[in-house]
Design a protein around this ligand. Structure first.
Ligand SMILES: [Mg+2]
Ligand SMILES: [Zn+2]
Length: 239
């Protein structure tokens, strides 16, 4: 982490599926409820033949709302939160580091899974599932702006743009190709799985993690280093 963390406000943008939770919840829901053609649609998203927004709309658009309770119950009971998450939130709070969840996932599983953690509603950027028709309909409040033509679904770079790099030290935590554009824009990246491989092959600096304990330790170390830099600066200025 560069010394610039000492002169800017750090802010964290953390993915949800496969990052805060151990596995991707959308894939888990599809695998379990098995709507027709879901595996093919997932393949098309991964191979970028289909945009995330379009593909995820199609996936949920094939699940009947009559199974709403079952779907919600399954997704909440089946998900496992990655170890060390509560500790990371505590450290962020202690150091006044805003923590945002930026997710291409859906509110009906994200919000119940985070209900037990000290995260305010306005810290969560995600999509909204509607159960008012025959099939689940997804509302996308954070689609791409004019600077992005990726049809992201949840456009993570767009969300980060409201935190200007002159003022903020932007830290991204993620696990997959949907975090790549965010990682490219970030000052510092914690990566695992596909995101790690993609950062590696594109030459984007990253630090690997498998749990949040690792990230907490790394963050505290960088903050301690930046504090000692800041006090050195002060000493030098006063001489
Ligand atoms: Mg993910
Ligand atoms: Zn976008």
């Amino acid at each position: 982490m560069s010394a610039s963390i000492a002169h800017k406000q750090p802010v964290i943008f953390c993915d949800f599926d496969g990052t805060i939770t151990m596995k991707d919840n959308i894939v888990a829901i599809m695998r379990y409820f098995d709507p027709p053609g879901w595996a093919n649609t997932v393949d098309e998203i991964i191979s970028k033949k289909r945009s995330i927004r379009d593909g995820v709309t199609a996936l949920f658009g094939s699940l009947p709302t009559s199974r709403k309770e079952e779907i919600i119950r399954y997704s909440v009971e089946n998900a496992v939160i990655r170890p060390g998450f509560r500790e990371l939130l505590r450290i962020c709070r202690e150091h006044d580091i805003p923590f945002y969840v930026v997710s291409g996932g859906i509110d009906f599983f994200i919000k119940p899974l985070l209900a037990d953690y000290p995260i305010e509603a306005e810290q969560i950027y995600c999509n909204i599932g509607h159960f008012d028709g025959v099939y689940i309909r997804i509302e996308w409040p954070y689609t791409c702006d004019e600077h992005c033509n990726n049809d992201c679904g949840t456009c993570k770079p767009r969300i980060m743009r409201s935190f200007p790099p002159q003022q903020y030290y932007r830290i991204v935590i993620g696990d997959s190709i949907t975090d790549f554009e965010a990682a490219r824009a970030a000052d510092y990246v914690y990566a695992r799985s596909h995101l790690l491989e993609q950062c590696q092959s594109s030459g984007i600096p990253y630090e690997a993690y498998e749990d949040f304990h690792k990230i907490s330790a790394s963050l505290q170390q960088h903050l301690a280093t930046s504090l000692s830099h800041a006090s050195e600066d002060k000493r030098r200025d006063s001489q």
